[in-house]
Design a protein around this ligand. Sequence first.
Ligand code: MG
Length: 251
Amino acid sequence: MIPTNASGLPPHRAKLTWGYSTDRGTRRELNEDSLLAHDPIFAVADGMGGHEAGEVASGICVQVLGGHPLVASRGRRLAAHELEQIIDDADAGIREATESRAGTTLSGVVVVEEGNTLGWLVFNVGDSRTYRLNSAGLQQISVDHSEVQELVDMGRITKQEALVHPRRHVVTRALGTGPKAVPDLTLLPVQNGDRILICSDGLTGEVDHEQIHRIMTELRHPQDAADSLVQAALRAGGRDNITAVVVEASD
Ligand code: MG
């Protein structure tokens, strides 16, 4: 975990704005993606399992996160181990409801107070993604838990080849099914002007990094950016469900 530093925004000065958009796409019958966009938690879950089960899994996941007593009582003072507990509870809730036959990815951020500054506590299980845009550019913060990411890490295929690989949709960690998944957690300072993008693979499978960067930079309001990202994925083919949540911090 990366500690926040003194350059994070102080909580009383930070203003969050956000927007979100989701679409079934052009080929899928159902939208099995779910999202949560409410200070302090922003998340995207991409359900899998077919026959509506994926929709149930991702839906339960964001419901447990958004309605959890720890979120209500702790708010922005949520600690990393408490977030792990909440994600555990989401995992258990999905297993109970679907008898472990459906799973979901989960990626996103919790805005947390760390001393006198704010942090983005980034969490990830699976291949939905969390990015940060700042003056240094657009950076993918989460690391995919997927077969193709493992092949990229081993140097067997390039990132470009991963995009068209036949097993590109196979995740190696998920909630609600398979072995119990441990989320990756990363803590970053919240800085003035930061924009966070959380999205499902229906966006990143259709729209390249440069175009996502351009849309995230050019559209002034987070809602316009989220809408524009989903429209770009639809124009590119929309072969999967597409979800984008954009959060901006300013002082
Ligand atoms: Mg997907």
